[in-house]
Design a protein around this ligand. Structure first.
Ligand SMILES: Cc1cc2nc3c(=O)[nH]c(=O)nc-3n(C[C@H](O)[C@H](O)[C@H](O)COP(=O)(O)O)c2cc1C
Length: 356
């Protein structure tokens, strides 16, 4: 049975709605106390359906607050929205309507279950047909923004590229080893000269090791800053800040250059370029790691300190002397949004030659 198309939602709104995987359903009890939960839903072009699935919940489906609210007060609002770091893609749709609880074994319930299973493969193995379904009959709709922007909505990779930022303060929360492995896995897939992957990673999580590393790098930095003529107070303040960053970051990933598998050339120029390519690809591995960290809900920062004292770092961590430490990535959960202002030069300034 095909539903008569909605006269409440415009075609653009319907098209937007059916592309969304999640919405927020707001209900209220008889005294108007609001309740708002994310829901998976299906839309048949006229009404909306929300399953009461059998995911572990403390109460049987019919005792759920949203169901009790609908029975007391059928007025509901459902909001579906798209967020993107590119704000020209923002959009939302709000549907106001009346909700009903559909009991199993009715035609509409069966049709709703079919619809929901068609949209979410996860429902195929869940006995949602045994639970009531919430039907929302739209009465009014309001929408805003780029409803018909790119199919699928959002551009997760580009969102990640724009959303990632350098974090220098972390919460004292452990990062699961499996998550660190995913970050390293992303680094592993970076492009590299001849596909030789001329980098190796060292992962440091123990406080004692971090202290040892901070001491080794700090000593060298102190020497360099003094050589630059910086006054003692400034030197100590900077060193303290850098030491705190190293100790407070839950995970440190040291990126080392490993040149032994690269090509050998008889002339210095080509040999230097071969090394340069390896360094370029270390940068690509670092960026892959930073983006993966961001994508996994972590944050990361980049510290160049090891570049200035590679032998000290090798010694402090007892690494093979064929490795050349280049960068340290700090990983963890950001203590807050970084205070530093992030801005970028406009593209017009960066593109110095272009043919149209
Ligand atoms: C090669 C390289 C070395 C960096 N070294 C440091 C560093 O030693 N300390 C630091 O706080 N940030 C360091 N950064 C991070 C930059 O300061 C940061 O990427 C830049 O300010 C832009 O900010 P964003 O990453 O938040 O977009 C480094 C970045 C790169 C690419």
């Amino acid at each position: 049975m095909k539903a008569t198309p909605s006269t409440v939602l415009s075609p653009r709104e319907t098209a937007f709605l059916v592309r969304q995987r999640v919405a927020r359903l707001a209900t209220a009890d008889a005294s108007g106390v609001p309740h708002n939960v994310p829901v998976c839903f299906a839309h048949d072009g006229r009404d909306l359906y929300v399953a009461l699935d059998e995911k572990p919940k403390d109460v049987p489906a019919t005792r759920l607050k949203r169901v009790r609210n609908v029975l007391e007060n059928p007025n509901v609002t459902l909001v579906a929205d798209r967020y993107s770091e590119d704000w020209s893609l923002l959009a939302f749709l709000m549907v106001r309507g009346r909700a009903e609880i559909l009991e199993p074994e009715t035609d509409e319930h069966r049709a709703a279950v079919r619809l929901l299973r068609g949209k979410y493969h996860q429902y195929e193995n869940m006995r949602i047909e045994e639970n009531p379904v919430i039907a929302v009959r739209p009465e009014r709709a309001a929408s805003w923004g780029a409803l018909d922007a790119s199919p699928g909505g959002g551009r997760p990779l580009l969102d990640g590229v724009r959303g990632r930022r350098s974090v220098r303060e972390y919460l004292p929360l452990e990062v699961p080893e499996s998550v660190v492995d995913e970050v390293l896995e992303a680094a592993r897939w970076a492009p590299s000269p001849h596909g030789r992957q001329p980098w190796r990673f060292a992962v440091v999580t123990r406080r004692e090791t971090k202290k040892h590393l901070a001491d080794a790098m700090g000593e060298e930095w102190r020497r360099n800053l003094k050589m630059d003529g910086k006054d003692a107070e400034v030197v100590e303040k900077r060193l303290k800040g850098s030491r705190r960053r190293l100790l407070d970051a839950p995970v440190l990933v040291l990126l080392c250059l490993f040149l032994e598998n690269l090509d050998d050339y008889p002339d210095e120029t080509r040999q230097a370029n071969e090394t340069m390519m390896a360094v370029q690809s270390l940068g690509a591995a670092a960026q892959n790691a930073l983006l993966a960290a961001y994508d996994l809900g972590l944050d990361a920062g980049w510290m160049c300190a090891p570049l200035f004292c590679p032998e000290k770092v090798v010694e402090a961590l007892g690494l093979d002397t064929s490795l050349v430490p280049h960068a340290l990535l700090t990983l963890g959960y950001a203590a807050g949004d970084p205070p530093k202002r992030r801005s970028r030069r406009p593209l017009d300034e960066l593109v110095v030659y272009r043919e149209r």
